[in-house]
Design a protein around this ligand. Structure first.
Ligand SMILES: C[S@@+](CC[C@H](N)C(=O)[O-])C[C@H]1O[C@@H](n2cnc3c(N)ncnc32)[C@H](O)[C@@H]1O
Length: 410
């Protein structure tokens, strides 16, 4: 009989230590892939799942520790503090926690996927449905350049703040933070919506956007909890300030080179990006009609003076009446977007689509097989599928699929 040896010990040698909490099969799968394909030095520099290699701490592990997550959440409720300290290596690091966007990627997994699809420093990766910009942040942390496209101007704002905040001047932020109440009063009078851009020095604008996003975060929080924004704003802006400040100090300590991000307002079905210009895609389209992203962000979009109904026209998953028509239009839109991804991506590079099916809403229709079928028509070959469980009692979806395709175009 064999000795009782844990699966981790069977997969990895003793001198390769995983980050605490790496237990799920999908995490071990990505970690194994990193182990088998990256050199020791590369693992230390860019792995998302290893803690130590031959006694040397990895950059991911050091960054998460240097950011002092406990300090950022010191004024939060016990539950929130616990959530972020427990998830410090998986979801709570860099600028990922700046806005609680529903349906965002698991950041540590994205780091692993960037390794799996072999995107190197200074190359370009695209998310044509970028949401809150998780891919862009992860790419930039590895000195990879990123392009993010989304139809929602609020998503554009989130992505800009999260990526710009990775490399800002802390002294300038400190000075503005001292004026937080002055800025709050301006924001409370709706004086800095997007169309005041021209009136402000463009360099200062990226700092004002941090305060604007914190204001919109506090506004959503106030509505949900029926509390007063005047009381919530100082708590939220302090958290934003500490997150960005701590990250930038850690970044300096680690001498990290940060990639650049281009955030575009646009339609995934018609990208304003040249043919064969990106080195890979990682994206997650709406999961059929599981979430109405525009309704979800309605208060923030209205504050920013956008017309809700015109924003909905091109949203994938929101068109049509009745399940059959909705699904037909959904798959047509997904096919058009896959065609665009294949067009802009270089031959033989990878396109990753992350998708889950809410079969209660779709009356039993699974999205994954149809997306694999559509992708094949567009000359994408499925190379690997990784299943990721979705936790949480309230979720009607039990798992997501990470579909990794190769772009086989002529
Ligand atoms: C599942 S979310 C992406 C979340 C993202 N991965 C993140 O980490 O935050 C899907 C996104 O697709 C966007 N979207 C829907 N239809 C679109 C279209 N036609 N063009 C571009 N973006 C679209 C929505 O606004 C939403 O932000």
């Amino acid at each position: 009989m064999n000795d009782f040896i844990s699966i981790k010990q069977r997969l990895f040698p003793n001198n390769y230590e995983l980050i605490d909490g790496t237990n799920e099969v999908f995490e071990l799968n990505i970690a194994l892939w990193e182990f088998e394909n990256l050199s020791e030095l590369e693992l230390i520099k860019r792995s998302g799942f290893f803690k130590q290699i031959n006694g040397i701490d990895t950059a991911h592990y050091r960054l998460c520790n240097l950011q002092r997550i406990d300090e950022i959440y010191k004024n939060s409720t016990f539950r929130t503090r616990l959530f972020f300290t427990n998830g410090k290596y998986s979801t709570g690091y860099a600028t990922h926690n700046l806005f609680p966007y529903r349906g965002k990627f698991h950041p540590q997994m994205i780091k692993g996927l960037l390794n799996i699809i072999d995107i190197k420093e200074n190359e370009i990766v695209l998310d044509p449905m970028a949401g809150s910009g998780t891919l862009m942040v992860e790419a930039n942390l590895l000195n990879i350049n990123a392009i993010g496209v989304d139809l929602s101007p609020f998503c554009q704002l989130m992505s800009r703040v999260k990526t710009h905040s990775l490399s800002i001047n802390i002294n300038r932020l400190d000075n503005l933070y001292k004026k937080q109440f002055e800025i709050f009063n301006i924001l409370n009078q709706k004086k800095i919506p997007h169309n005041y851009l021209n009136e402000i020095n463009i360099e200062d604008y990226i700092y004002y956007e941090i305060f604007l996003l914190a204001y919109l975060d506090a506004m959503g929080f106030a509505r949900r909890s029926k509390k007063n924004i005047d009381n919530l704003y100082p708590i939220v802006i302090e958290r934003y300030y500490r997150t960005i400040r701590n990250f930038n100090l850690a970044r300096n300590d680690l001498e990290l080179n940060i990639g650049t991000s281009k955030v575009l307002l646009g339609n995934a079905l018609n990208l304003d990006i040249p043919d064969n210009s990106v080195d890979g895609v990682i994206t997650s389209p709406p999961y059929s009609f599981a979430i109405d992203y525009i309704d979800n962000d309605q208060p923030q979009l209205e504050y920013l003076n956008y017309d809700i109904s015109s924003l909905k026209i091109d949203m994938i998953g929101l068109r049509g009446k009745g399940i059959n028509e909705k699904l037909k239009l959904y798959f047509n839109d997904v096919q058009e977007s896959i065609k665009e991804m294949a067009r802009v991506t270089k031959k033989d590079r990878r396109i990753v689509i992350i998708i889950g099916s809410n079969t209660i809403q779709t009356r039993g229709v699974e999205l994954q097989p149809e997306i694999i079928r559509i992708a094949k028509i567009e000359n994408l070959t499925l190379e690997m599928e990784i299943k990721k469980p979705i936790k949480g009692l309230r979720s009607s979806m039990k798992e997501e699929s990470i579909l990794i395709f190769k772009n086989n175009k002529e």
